[in-house]
Design a protein around this ligand. Structure first.
Ligand SMILES: O=P(O)(O)OC[C@H]1O[C@H](O[C@H]2O[C@H](CO)[C@@H](O)[C@H](O)[C@H]2O)[C@H](O)[C@@H](O)[C@@H]1O
Ligand SMILES: O=c1ccn([C@@H]2O[C@H](COP(=O)(O)OP(=O)(O)O)[C@@H](O)[C@H]2O)c(=O)[nH]1
Length: 954
C-alpha cells in the first residue's frame, strides 16, 4: 500500500491523494477483520477479543503496575509488526521511526533483566495508532545504562518490541534533553521566550547545551546508520532531533528522510531570537519532507527560512539553489476505533458505572494534561474559581477532575509549576470545599488507557486551555469517547486542534480568565440539541482523520517527494567538468572567455541571518580578491580574449577591471570597451527610450514605499531591487508593481519587464546579453584582426533567464524561449539579430551580418558602430573595412565549436539552458584559479607576460 506507485508521472498530487483517501475508506469498510488482526501489534497474549495493546490495560485507575510489558517474542509485532515476502504477501516498506523517546520506558529489574512501560504523551499515542508498515522505533529508553551487561540485555528486550535504544549518558541527557530541548526549544516554540543566559548554570550556557544537542543528534544518527537498509524510510520526530536530517544526509544523501514537528513552529520573529537559529533551520532543510500539524506552523517555518536564511519560499516548500525541501501540513489524529472498542470492554463499562455513581448529582469537568506550563493549568483552575465565584448555585453540583501527569521533573521550571498548581488548588478547595466534598480533584499522576477512556466517557465538559499546543490529542480522545454523552469541549484557540475541532468546540483564549469562566457556564447549561450538533461535527472529524491516515499520508508524500526530486535533478545541468574544460582550453589556439560579474566574480558578503546582510558592502560590487592574479594571467595570454559581460553600468566595470587587459561589456553588452580604449555603444539604433520617465515614476513610488529597496537608473534599463527589504513585503510590492507595469501606462511600450530573484527590471526590447554578443564578437574580431577561428568558448555567469539567449547564440538548437522568460509587452518586437537561429555549432558570422536582416530587424550594430553617446568620442579605428565586411558576409567561419570545446555554465541556477553548472561564485573562483594555474604549469604564459593586444594570428 505504501510502496512505489509511480507508474504514471502524469498523476497529479491531489489526484493521487484523493484516490488514496478512497482506498483507505474502502479498506476501512471491508477489511475490519484484517485490521483487528494487525491491532494485536502490542499484544502479548491475543486473548483479548478487542486485542488491545496489553501494556495499556489496567484495572485500577491509579495503578500503573499492570502496564508492565512482557518483552517476549510473542509481543513483537508493534507498529504493524511487519510481515514478509516469506509469508506470501508483498514486502512492506520498512520505516525507521526516530524519536527522542521510545514508546516504552525501561525499568531495570536485575543486572540483565528489564521491564518495559509505556510512555505517556501525544507522540507515543499517535504512533501507536499507526499500522501496516514494517516499522522499527529508534530512541532513548529514558534511562541511563552505563554497563555493557545492562545495555546488552536492554537491547535484547527492546528488540522484541521492535525498538532500538540510543544510549545517552546522564551528562548528555542533562544538557541535551533537560537543557537545550526542554529549557530552550520547548518554551521558545511555545512562545514563552528564551531563558536568560545567566539563569543557566555557568557550565550550561546556550553553547554547551547546543553542543550536547548536536552530539546527541549524531548519536541518534549513528544508530540509524547501523540499522538502515537501502529503500528504508527514515522518519525523524520533533524538536529534539532538528539536527538529525543533516547528520543522516551527510552520511548518505540517498536516504529518504522526513522530519515532523509535534509542537508549534513559532513566528519567525520568535525563532530569530534563538542563537543557533541558522544551523537548526539548515539542518532541518536537509530532509526531503518537513511536516507540521497546521498550515500556520508550516507557513512560519517557510517564512523563517526566507527571512533568516534568505532562501526562496515557494508554495511547495523551501528552495536552496534548486534543491527543494517540501514543507506541508499533516494534522495528526488518534486511533479512534481503539477508544470506541475500549468503551465496550466489561472492565471499562464497570469503571464507567463506578464513576457515574461516584459523581452522581454533579456535572463532571475534566482536564488531562502533562504538568507543563504550556498546558495552562493554573489559568484553567483560576477560571474555574471565577466560575464558582460567579455561580454559587453550581458549588455542589460540579467537580473539576484535573489529571496532571508529571513530566520533565528535572527541569526547575517544571518543579516550580508543580508547587504553583498545588498552591492554587489548595486555596480553591479551602475556599469552596465542604466537609464531604471539594470542587477540584487534582491528581499528580498518569492514568492507564482504560481508566482514561472511562473518565472521558463520564465527562460532561472537557477543559483544554493550553497556552500553546502543537495539536492536543486529549481533545480528540475526549470526543472519541463521547458517543453516548455528547459532552462539550472547551478548547484553547492556541491549540493546533482548534483548527480541526474549532467548529464543534467552544473556543477560548486561555489567558482571558473571564472568557473561560463564561464558557464553563455556557457549556454546563448548553441544551442537548446544541451539544449533539457540536459533538456530531467533531466526532466526524476525529473518526476520519486518524493517526493511521496521518502516518500513511506522510510516508506516501515522502516517497513522492523523493521521486519528484529525482526527476528535477535529472533536469539540472551537470557540474562543470573542470578537468575537461581546462584540458580543452590548453589544447585550443584561440579562446574566448565570457564572464558575468554579479554573483559570478564578486566577493560574497557574509550574512548573519538578518535579511539582507550588510547592505552597504553588498551594494558595492567588488571583484573577488582571490581572482586578481589568476584573472590577470588569463587576460595576458595572447591566445585568450576575456570579456566581462554584465548588467551593471560602465562605472562598476571601470572600477573593478580598469587594470586588466580585457573587454568590458556594460549594461548587458550595450556598451563596450577594451580596457585600453574608450567606451563605445553597441546599442541598436533608434532604441526607443520614451518609456523611461513613466517607469521611473513607478519605481520611485515603490522605492519610497518599500523600506530598504532601491533602484538603479541605467542607460538602457531601470532596475528596482528589493533584495534587502522584508522579503514577503518585497514580493507583494513586486507583484503590484508588475501588475501596474503590464497593464498601466507603459503596457504598450517596446519594453521587456524582467522579473529577477528579488528585482524587477525594465529594458528596451532587444537589450539582452544574447542580442549583444554578436555585436561584441564582431567588434573583437575586427579589433584583433582575428583570422584564426575561435576554437574554445567558456561562458560562465549567473545570468537572468532573459539573458540566457547568450547560450542560444553559441548553440542555436537550444529552445528559443528562455526558461522563465520575461513577459514582453510590445506589439512590434524588434528582434535582435542573434535571436535568429544559426545553422549549427560551427557558427558562420555572416549569419549575423546585414545579409541576414529581416524586414523588421535593425542592422547589426557591429557593422554600423558608433561611439558611446556618453563618451562622445568617435573612434575611427573601430570601423570595419569594406574588405572585412565582405569577409563576414562571405562566410569566414569565426566560431569553430564543432568539438567538445564549448562550455556554457550557469552559476547558482539549476534551471538553465547552460550545459553545465557551478553552484556559487566560490566555485567560479576556484575553477578560474585552477585554470590559470594549469596554464602557467603548462608553460603557456606567465602572469608577467608582456601585455599583448591579443592578435589571434600569433
Ligand atoms: O517525552 P516528554 O518530554 O515527556 O513529552 C511528551 C511529549 O510531548 C510533546 O507532545 C506533542 O505531540 C503531540 C502529538 O503530536 C501533540 O498533540 C502535542 O500538542 C505536543 O505537545 C512532544 O512534542 C513529544 O515529543 C513528547 O514525547
Ligand atoms: O494519564 C495519562 C494522561 C495522558 N495520557 C496520554 O497522553 C497523551 C497526551 O497528548 P497530547 O497531545 O494531548 O499532549 P502532549 O502531552 O503530547 O503534549 C494523550 O494521548 C493521552 O491519552 C496518558 O496516556 N495517560
Amino acid at each position: 500500500m505504501l510502496g512505489n506507485k509511480y507508474t504514471s508521472q502524469s498523476q497529479t498530487r491531489v489526484g493521487r491523494l484523493v484516490r488514496e483517501r478512497e482506498l483507505r475508506k474502502f479498506n476501512k469498510i471491508f477489511n475490519t477483520d484484517d485490521k483487528d488482526a494487525t491491532d494485536s501489534s502490542w499484544s502479548n497474549s491475543g486473548s483479548d477479543c478487542f486485542r488491545e495493546p496489553e501494556f495499556l490495560l489496567g484495572d485500577d485507575m491509579g495503578s500503573r503496575d499492570d502496564e508492565m510489558v512482557d518483552a517476549s517474542p510473542r509481543a513483537s509485532r508493534s507498529l504493524g509488526g511487519g510481515f514478509g515476502a516469506s509469508e506470501g504477501k508483498p514486502m512492506k516498506q520498512r520505516l525507521l521511526v526516530v524519536a527522542n523517546r521510545l514508546p516504552v520506558s525501561a525499568c531495570r529489574c536485575g543486572e540483565d533483566s528489564w521491564s518495559l512501560e509505556i510512555s505517556a504523551g501525544g507522540l507515543v499515542s499517535a504512533l501507536l495508532g499507526v499500522k501496516d508498515v514494517d516499522a522499527k522505533w529508534i530512541g532513548w529508553a529514558g534511562v541511563n545504562v552505563p554497563d555493557v551487561i545492562g545495555q546488552k540485555a536492554l537491547v535484547k528486550a527492546l528488540a522484541e518490541k521492535r525498538c532500538i535504544p540510543v544510549f545517552l549518558d546522564e551528562q548528555i541527557v542533562h544538557q541535551y534533553y533537560n537543557g537545550y530541548c526542554n529549557n530552550i526549544l520547548w518554551p521558545l516554540f511555545h512562545y514563552l521566550g528564551l531563558p536568560q543566559e545567566d539563569g543557566l548554570a555557568t557550565t550550561h550556557n546556550f553553547q554547551s547545551q547546543f553542543d550536547a544537542y548536536k552530539k546527541a543528534n549524531q548519536m541518534f544518527a549513528d544508530v540509524v546508520n547501523q540499522h538502515y537498509e537501502e529503500g528504508d524510510i527514515v522518519w525523524c520526530h520533533d524538536y529534539h532531533l532538528m539536527f538529525l536530517p543533516k547528520c543522516l544526509k551527510d552520511h548518505n544523501s540517498k536516504m529518504k528522510v522526513g522530519w515532523f514537528l509535534h509542537t508549534p513552529f513559532p513566528s519567525s520573529e520568535i525563532h530569530r531570537t534563538l542563537p543557533s537559529r541558522l544551523e537548526l533551520l539548515r539542518s532541518v532543510l536537509a530532509a526531503d519532507l518537513v511536516g507540521f500539524h497546521t498550515y500556520d506552523y508550516a507557513r512560519h517555518f517557510v517564512s523563517a527560512c526566507t527571512r533568516i536564511l534568505e532562501l526562496e519560499g515557494t508554495p511547495e516548500g523551501v528552495e536552496d539553489q534548486g534543491k527543494l525541501t517540501r514543507v506541508a501540513a499533516f494534522p495528526i489524529g488518534i486511533d479512534s476505533d481503539r477508544f470506541q472498542r475500549a468503551l465496550e470492554l466489561p472492565k471499562v463499562k464497570d469503571k464507567i458505572n463506578e464513576l457515574t455513581q461516584k459523581f452522581d448529582g454533579r456535572k463532571v469537568m475534566l482536564g488531562v494534561d502533562r504538568l507543563d506550563m504550556i498546558k495552562g493549568i493554573p489559568q484553567k483552575i483560576l477560571a474555574f474559581e471565577k466560575f464558582l465565584e460567579e455561580n454559587p448555585d453550581w458549588h455542589d453540583k460540579v467537580i473539576l477532575l484535573q489529571i496532571a501527569v508529571p513530566t520533565r521533573t528535572d527541569v526547575p521550571e517544571y518543579q516550580k509549576l508543580t508547587c504553583q498548581v498545588h498552591e492554587i488548588v489548595g486555596r480553591i478547595n479551602g475556599r469552596f470545599g465542604t466537609l464531604t466534598a471539594v470542587p477540584i480533584h487534582h491528581l499528580d499522576r498518569s492514568l492507564d488507557f482504560h481508566a482514561l477512556c472511562a473518565l472521558y466517557a463520564v465527562t460532561d465538559v472537557a477543559l483544554v486551555t493550553s497556552l500553546r499546543d502543537g495539536m492536543n490529542l486529549v481533545s480528540y480522545e475526549f470526543v472519541a469517547c463521547q458517543g453516548a454523552k455528547k459532552g462539550v469541549l472547551i478548547l484553547s484557540e492556541f491549540a493546533g486542534a482548534a483548527q480541526s475541532l474549532g467548529a464543534g468546540a467552544l473556543l477560548v483564549n486561555p489567558w482571558n480568565i473571564t472568557e473561560v469562566a463564561d464558557s464553563i457556564a455556557k457549556a454546563l447549561n448548553m441544551p442537548a440539541d446544541e451539544r449533539e450538533k457540536r459533538h456530531r461535527h467533531n466526532y466526524a472529524h476525529v473518526t476520519t482523520h486518524t493517526a493511521q491516515d496521518w502516518a500513511e499520508t506522510f510516508v506516501s508524500e515522502l516517497n513522492d517527494t523523493v521521486v519528484e526530486a529525482q526527476i528535477r535533478t535529472k533536469q539540472v545541468p551537470p557540474l562543470l567538468p573542470s578537468e575537461k574544460a581546462i584540458g580543452q582550453y590548453l589544447q585550443s589556439k584561440n579562446r574566448l572567455l565570457i564572464l558575468g560579474l554579479n554573483s559570478t566574480l564578486t566577493e560574497l558578503v557574509e550574512s548573519s541571518g538578518r535579511r539582507g546582510g550588510d547592505q552597504i558592502k553588498e551594494m558595492e560590487l567588488k571583484l573577488h580578491l582571490d581572482l586578481k592574479d589568476p584573472l590577470k594571467s588569463l587576460c595576458n595570454d595572447p591566445k585568450t580574449t576575456v570579456v566581462v559581460l554584465s548588467g551593471s553600468d560602465r562605472r562598476v566595470l571601470d572600477d573593478n577591471f580598469g587594470e586588466y587587459n580585457m573587454w568590458l561589456a556594460a549594461e548587458n553588452g550595450m556598451f563596450l570597451r577594451l580596457t585600453d580604449g574608450e567606451w563605445m555603444t553597441t546599442m541598436p539604433e533608434h532604441l526607443n527610450m520614451d518609456w523611461v520617465d513613466s517607469v521611473k515614476h513607478v519605481f520611485e513610488y515603490f522605492t519610497e514605499r518599500t523600506p530598504r529597496s532601491h533602484f538603479e537608473h541605467r542607460e538602457t534599463s531601470l532596475v528596482w531591487n528589493y533584495k534587502y527589504a522584508d522579503v514577503e513585503f518585497g514580493k507583494l510590492q513586486a507583484r503590484d508593481m508588475l501588475q501596474h507595469l503590464w497593464t498601466g501606462p507603459i503596457s504598450n511600450a517596446a519594453v521587456d519587464v524582467v522579473q529577477g530573484n528579488r528585482s524587477v527590471e525594465v529594458r528596451s526590447v532587444g537589450v539582452t546579453k544574447g542580442a549583444a554578443i554578436d555585436r561584441i564578437l564582431g567588434e573583437i574580431v575586427h579589433s584583433k584582426k582575428m583570422v584564426t577561428p575561435i576554437d574554445y568558448v567558456l561562458c560562465i555567469g549567473h545570468f537572468l533567464a532573459k539573458d540566457e539567449d547568450i547560450y542560444t547564440f553559441f548553440e542555436p538548437e537550444l529552445p528559443s524561449e528562455p526558461l522563465n522568460s520575461a513577459r514582453t509587452k510590445t506589439a512590434e518586437v524588434m528582434k535582435a539579430p542573434s535571436e535568429k537561429r544559426h545553422g549549427g555549432k560551427q557558427t558562420n558570422i555572416k549569419n549575423n551580418s546585414k545579409t541576414s536582416h529581416s524586414k523588421n530587424q535593425k542592422p547589426n550594430i557591429a557593422s554600423e558602430r558608433k561611439v558611446s553617446s556618453a563618451s562622445q568620442n568617435n573612434n575611427p579605428n573601430s570601423r570595419l573595412s569594406p574588405q572585412e565586411m565582405m569577409s563576414w558576409q562571405e562566410g569566414s567561419s569565426i566560431l569553430d565549436l564543432k568539438g567538445d570545446n564549448y562550455f556554457s555554465c550557469a552559476v547558482g541556477r539549476k534551471q538553465s539552458n547552460a550545459r553545465y553548472l557551478l553552484n556559487s561564485s566560490k566555485e567560479v573562483v576556484s575553477f578560474l584559479k585552477k585554470l590559470a594555474m594549469s596554464c602557467s604549469q603548462n608553460g603557456h604564459f606567465s602572469a608577467n607576460h608582456h601585455h599583448c593586444n591579443g592578435n589571434g594570428r600569433s
